[in-house]
Design a protein around this ligand. Structure first.
Ligand code: DGJ
Length: 551
């Protein structure tokens, strides 16, 4: 063989083996399905599962429900409320009770049981931080503070939280997390697990950062260059962030720590990863929000985005019952660079109505917390008791949305959306879409108007109840989809005109196919439209077509 033909043969062999390798990869992907991912276009987001938009109608189990013996108390709740996704913890102490020895028997039980029920999973990695504490790290980590140092207080004492400034802790957590992702890579080719949340409500309470000598040295130094580039800030932490300096500092180092863990996990199996925030006050001045310092609270989302490029989204855990605050948080976290996910919200009935504005803010997922039959209640954050009325508040909405979750997610990805709920400020009860204005009103019967001079009625039973809301997709210039409950929705021309009066040409009730096409059930007319569109306790989906006539 001449040198030339030998080179050609080698090149041919290389091309052939590359081709064979790509065929092998392609067929493995075809067999295993496309990886879940978060897609972004024109500032809007979609959680892509099997390559199509998916809406996570989730529930989160209680903290200690992550054992095979407890799963029988979890699944009936998922089914009862028609959730399509279960968020459930995987604890570091559970999978690596002895250093280097991994036990995945819990996942061996969880994954097949989820598949049998057609339920997707979001795994919550309870590692270095769980509600900021090291409660879920293995004993061999908890008790070895030489090797895995806790933060220091200003006067040099050990604080309860582990410090983000120590490589030993990071490496040990990363090793366990990577083992978990390897398990998923090998044992979950069908991607029953659609997302992973590395850590849980990270940061620290009681102080804003580690005060160890090493941390003090870093805090006195200029902010990292990458953070300066991303935020346009300069100088030391205090110069750059003022009152919020310690929070920004702890956020940067906590986010860097988690980013390294997420990146290592993604290198094994590239699932979407998000971090949840123990949030404070959505209107507070810098550094005063009161959420866990270091977590992705709304004031430091920019810091997190710069520090943690492998974290696809940061999301607020929403336990506040005030509608104004709730919507403000949705607004803070729905950004062109951040898909809105509400990893946890209260499971008291009044939280159920916030699903509507969450949909309006183009959320990819939402989950009431503490949803299983173990009998545990986190009241006053959530429900005192999961009685039938409480469960129905969530179940009625999921029952409508679950069968059309794909269609809704597909349309919401491409079109403007809006949502509201009872208690939101006046200006957030109405929205203009092109030539049309949509408005929400509460405390009306389905027939007539409370301010009618000729048909007097006492207020309906829901008048003083925290129920009601709606979500809207503007699917065409003169056409809308509206889903809601316990609310009156009206459509009108945004601007009065002498030559054209607006009217609802058609109001159709129905559902959505996976491709987003509308499936007609019946027409609404007469009493059902004469006084606006009156959504009752049982949510429905309407397609509203607007038009005009010459007066
Ligand atoms: C928020 C945490 O993330 C959850 O794990 C849980 O502890 C709730 N708080 C309170 O029940």
């Amino acid at each position: 063989m001449t040198p030339l033909t030998r080179l050609t043969a080698i090149a041919f062999a290389a091309i052939a083996s590359t081709a064979i390798a790509s065929i092998a990869i392609a067929s493995a992907q075809a067999r295993d399905g496309a990886l879940p991912r978060i897609a972004t276009e024109n500032g809007r987001h979609a959680l892509m599962i099997d390559d199509a938009p998916f809406l996570m109608l989730g529930v989160q189990a209680n903290n200690s429900s992550n054992y095979p013996a407890v799963l029988p108390q979890v699944w009936p709740m998922v089914e009862r409320v028609h959730a399509n996704t279960l968020e459930i913890p995987v604890a570091w102490e559970q999978i690596e009770p002895v250093e280097g020895q991994f036990d995945f028997s819990y996942l061996d039980a969880l994954l097949p049981q989820a598949r049998e029920r057609g339920v997707r999973l979001v795994l919550l990695w309870f590692g270095t931080w769980k509600n900021t504490s090291p409660g879920y790290v293995p004993t061999w980590v908890k008790t070895d503070n030489q090797r895995f140092p806790r933060m220091r207080t200003k006067d040099g004492k050990a604080h309860y939280a582990l410090s983000p400034h120590h490589r030993n802790t990071l490496e040990a957590d990363k090793k366990a997390f990577v083992a978990l992702m390897r398990y998923l890579k090998e044992r979950d080719p069908q991607h029953s697990v659609i997302m992973v949340q590395p850590e849980n409500e990270v940061g620290v309470y009681g102080q804003n950062r580690d005060h160890s000598p090493e941390a003090n040295r870093l805090f006195a130094a200029p902010i990292p260059q990458a953070l300066g580039q991303a935020t346009g800030k300069r100088g030391t932490w205090t110069q750059a962030f003022g009152e919020g300096a310690e929070q920004a500092f702890n956020s940067w180092y906590t986010a860097r720590y988690i980013d390294e863990i997420a990146a290592a996990g993604k290198a094994v199996k590239d699932l979407p990863m998000f971090t949840n925030a123990a949030v404070g006050d959505p209107f507070a001045p810098p550094g005063k929000s009161g959420g866990a310092s270091g977590g992705p609270d709304w004031q430091v989302i920019d810091v997190w985005k710069a520090a943690a490029p492998h974290i696809d989204a940061v999301g607020p855990d929403l336990y506040g019952r005030d509608a104004k605050n709730y919507l403000k948080f949705l607004d803070h976290y729905d950004r062109p660079d951040n898909a809105l996910i509400v990893p946890e919200t209260g499971n008291a009935a009044e939280f159920a109505r916030f699903l509507w504005p969450a949909l309006g803010y183009n959320m990819i997922g939402w989950a009431p917390f503490g949803m299983d039959l173990t009998g545990y209640s986190n009241h006053p954050l959530g429900a005192a008791e999961l009685d039938p009325a409480t469960l129905d508040a969530f179940a009625s909405k999921y029952r409508l949305l679950a069968p059309m979750a794909r269609g809704w997610a597909r349309l919401a990805y491409r079109h403007p959306t809006w949502g509201t709920a009872k208690g939101a400020p006046e200006e957030q009860q109405t929205r203009q879409f092109g030539a049309w204005r949509v408005s929400a009103k509460y405390g009306e019967w389905q027939f007539g108007s409370m301010d009618s001079p000729w048909l007097k009625a006492s207020p309906p039973p829901t008048a003083d109840q925290p129920v009601g809301g709606a979500a809207v997709i503007h699917i065409a210039p003169d056409q809308f989809l509206v889903a809601g409950s316990d609310v009156r929705i009206s459509f009108a021309k945004a601007e009065e005109s002498a030559s054209a009066t607006g009217l609802m040409l058609k109001v159709e009730e129905g559902t959505l196919a996976d491709d987003g096409s509308f499936r007609f059930r019946r027409m609404w007319n007469g009493d059902q439209t004469d006084y606006g569109l009156n959504f009752t306790r049982q949510p429905v989906l309407l397609r509203v077509t607007m038009g005009t006539y010459r007066p």
